[in-house]
Design a protein around this ligand. Structure first.
Ligand SMILES: *Cc1c(COP(=O)(O)O)cnc(C)c1O
Length: 798
């Protein structure tokens, strides 16, 4: 196929390309093809159309001698890629027509794609949105991560309890990746370090091979395509023939099995580390492979390593790749012979670190025994970096090596050119808390880059009804210039236009209701308010505050069933880390409450509670366009930014929320009158914790709260095991670290305000539309432009 045919894709040649792949890539006739074969053939046909721009991007980057950006992330929550590719290459009409001609339904084919959940939640999804924006902006960039065989576990419920099954996305062939057997690096662990005439030589005693798999990531209009390079672990010595010949078949396969363990599973816990040694191995594995790859590419273009900081910017997504600091120093000093100080300076010039959390239990640190055993040379380098920093900053009162731990936050900070937080509030708190001292010593280093989400996935493709209306109203320039959504503002006062906006939402809700009925046998009234809280299950995110309010609301409805109630369906979704008992108990509580409320004939047309299993990107894409209300109710000071909050606002769902993370900036932008604020501020939270008996006082002051807690305590939702949730009630009446009880009363007030506002359909729609019109700033394009200017000093080439 020549370049001219690639450039103009008609449905005819897309159809021919599908048939051709079906035959020549998959060896199937149309008669024998399963749905999966058709989906694969379509994916290959779409992928083919990215390849030319992909080569082109590489060529232009070399020609321009441009600075490259490398995004190192332990997680990429990419979800499905087929629709993303079709939308970004603007092949929707052609793909639809081609499939129709082949007797296939477009949506059925798209639905066949497994959801690639190579991440836990917000952090991994951010990385995926960033890759798409980097391509949209034409920045020469590459994502580096791990090609996990098993992504985040699949969640189901049994008796309301979370069940975990392995995610098997790779049981099917991954349509988007190119295996690169020629791009392999040997990564070592353990062993010993010897001083050979002043030169430190590390001889690892264990080695694995990192093999690259590349996924092309096309930006909007397919004008630029970058690469997501994921490393798969393999044995350097795949097979032990001697053992095999002795009849020891298991022993013969063991090296391969052991090595592959490293890329076997994603750790399903985004706040605390577990499987410590393996996790540290994973971190070093992908970081070391990425650095080797980066240096190889650099060496192919330049022969002066001093140029590295002007040609390479490396972003560390949280501390998971923090070992990049000592490893880059090791490569430059031990292996290339640069003086230590110079090696460190060059490394620092390239590295930047994004902090994602202030939760103390989530700040990574490694036991020095484990660290030193796996990375004996790196621990020496960490100490040398730490000593040098202490010497240069005599007033310093901390160490990277306190209490027999290696502290990755401090290490990342000291080794970084820039350190960033992910919302204005979080960055401010970072300066005052976790990095207070480092900020005093390096006041220029911390910058803020408030998160964003890609509008191609989170509005254009997930919400065709609303995005269609937006384009009809203001043209399609908003797709890569999201701030122009503000052109919608004059229309919110036009009753006719508001009806169109409301009709899009109503249709989205009907579609969701039909899907819930088909797939989960749930019946909901699409006219009710859809009140949605979807995110990882965590105490700080306070799903238990939401369910407590539901119980109290239900009790009030039962007191006066004939009063005027605004009908609501509360929808939850989210996974709990398998070892996080409290979060799993909250899931079960919500499911138990759901059973009781939904079975109550007197109230179920006014209030229903639903918990949908297996939250992932695909489910988010289904739920967000159909949401009326966005629940963002974390304890103030705990959510670094949130990105779910932005997706909802963009899709016309006003927020009920605290002044936490990016909620603060969402409220500033959409207007206080279009946001349901409640709860204590981050400062008030700190003060409230000091109040003796704060929870008991809050309960005593609010009979509704007392009654809801009593219902749980009495076993009303768990009659077969009345004590099941006693510990939750005790927590909320006692320690209540996350201040659920203290924030309840104000949450209740805000919820009733929501009820009243929703009952006035015209003004509600106006509010919802203003959320869309004023959410343009939350595009990840804006975030990436911020990183380019403030952190990377990189430019787009389109
Ligand atoms: C956006 C997103 C998140 C992050 O949600 P928050 O509400 O910001 O925690 C997590 N998981 C998935 C699947 C998402 O799409």
């Amino acid at each position: 196929m020549n370049i001219a045919t690639l450039r103009t894709v008609s449905s005819d040649n897309l159809r021919d390309a599908i048939l051709s792949h079906l035959a020549y890539s998959f060896g199937k006739t149309p008669e024998a093809a399963h749905l999966e074969d058709w989906r694969m053939a379509l994916s290959y046909a779409v992928r083919d159309r990215m390849v030319e721009a992909w080569f082109d991007a590489t060529r232009r980057t070399y020609d321009a001698g441009a600075k490259r950006v490398y995004y190192l992330s332990m997680e990429f929550l990419i979800g499905r890629l087929l629709e993303d590719g079709i939308v970004n290459l603007r092949l929707v009409d052609q793909a639809r027509a081609a499939l129709t001609e082949l007797g296939l339904d477009y949506h059925t084919v798209l639905e066949n794609e497994p959801d690639a959940a190579l991440g836990n939640g917000g952090l991994g999804r951010l990385a995926a949105c960033f890759l798409e924006s980097l391509s949209t902006l034409g920045v020469p960039a590459m994502g580096y991560g791990i090609r996990y065989e098993h992504g985040l576990f699949r969640q189901s419920f049994a008796d309301g309890r979370q069940m975990e099954a392995p995610e098997t996305w790779l049981l099917q062939r991954h349509a988007w990746e190119f295996e690169r057997p020629e791009t392999r690096y040997t990564i070592g662990f353990g062993g010993e370090v010897r001083d050979e005439a002043g030169r430190m030589v590390w001889t690892p005693d264990e080695q694995v091979c990192a093999e690259a798999f590349d996924t092309p990531i096309a930006g909007w209009k397919g004008r630029w395509v970058n690469t997501l390079r994921l490393w798969s672990a393999q044995s350097v010595r795949p097979f032990d023939l001697d053992s095999f010949n002795r009849g020891d078949f298991e022993g013969a396969a063991q090296p391969e099995a052991l090595a592959r363990t490293i890329s076997r599973v994603l750790y399903p816990d985004d706040t605390t580390e577990q499987g410590k040694k393996l996790r540290l191995k994973q971190e070093f594995f992908f970081t070391a492979a990425a650095l080797r790859d980066i240096l190889r590419r650099f060496d192919s273009e330049y022969n002066d390593v001093a140029l590295l900081p002007s040609k390479v910017a490396i972003q560390l997504n949280d501390t998971h790749p923090a070992i990049a600091g000592p490893e880059l120093v090791r490569l430059l000093h031990d292996e290339r012979g640069l003086p230590f100080e110079e090696a460190q300076k060059i490394a620092q010039g390239c590295l930047n670190y994004t902090n994602h959390t202030l939760l103390p239990e989530a700040l990574e640190s490694w036991n020095e025994g484990i660290f030193g055993q796996l990375l004996p040379r790196h621990i020496q380098i960490v100490d040398r970096i730490d000593d040098a920093h202490a010497k240069a900053n005599p007033s310093r009162g901390f160490s990277m090596r306190a209490n027999h731990q290696v502290r990755m936050g401090e290490l990342s900070f000291v080794m970084a050119n820039r350190v960033n937080g992910v919302s204005a509030l979080h960055t401010g708190l970072m300066k005052e808390t976790v990095f207070k001292e480092l900020h005093r010593l390096h006041p220029e280093r911390i910058v803020n880059e408030t998160n964003g989400v890609t509008p191609r996935r989170w509005l254009l493709s997930c919400n065709p009804r609303l995005s269609g209306l937006v384009s009809e109203t203001i043209g399609s320039g908003w797709i890569d210039d999201l701030e122009s959504l503000s052109d919608l503002e004059p229309h919110v006062d036009d009753a006719g236009w508001r009806d169109l906006f409301a009709a899009a939402k109503r249709s989205n809700k009907s579609e969701l209701a039909a899907w819930m009925s088909d797939t989960h046998g749930l019946r909901v009234d699409p006219a009710a308010m859809f009140d949605v809280q979807i995110k990882r299950m965590h105490e700080y995110k306070r799903q238990h505050l939401n369910i407590l309010e539901a119980i109290a609301h239900w009790q009030e409805i039962k007191d006066a069933p004939n009063a005027e109630w605004t009908p609501r369906v509360k929808i939850f979704a989210g996974k709990a880390a398998p070892g996080y008992v409290f979060a799993k108990d909250i899931i079960r509580l919500i499911n138990d409450v759901s059973s009781v409320l939904n079975a109550d004939a007197e109230t179920c047309d006014k209030l229903q509670v639903i918990f949908l299993p297996n939250y992932n990107v695909t489910l988010a894409e289904r739920l967000i366009p159909a949401a009326d209300l966005s629940e963002q109710i974390s304890t103030a000071g705990k959510e670094a930014s949130g990105t779910g909050n932005m997706k909802f606002a963009m899709n016309g769902a006003p927020t009920i929320g605290t002044l936490d993370g990016a909620n603060v900036e969402i409220r500033e932008r959409v207007g206080a009158e279009n946001f349901f604020l409640f709860g204590m501020t981050a400062e008030e939270v700190v003060a409230r914790r000091e109040v003796e008996g704060h929870a008991a006082k809050a309960i005593e002051a609010d009979p509704r709260l007392a009654r809801a807690l009593e219902a749980i305590r009495s076993g009303m939702f768990s009659p077969d095991e009345p004590d099941r949730y006693r510990h939750i009630v005790e927590n909320l009446s006692g320690h209540d670290y996350f201040l659920v009880s203290s924030d309840f009363t104000d949450y209740w007030r805000a919820q009733r305000e929501v009820d009243r506002a929703y009952a006035d359909a015209a003004s509600w729609t106006r509010m919802a539309a203003l959320n869309t019109a004023r959410s343009g700033w939350f595009s990840s394009d804006r975030t990436i432009r911020g990183y380019m200017a403030d952190i990377w000093d990189a430019k787009g080439l389109i």
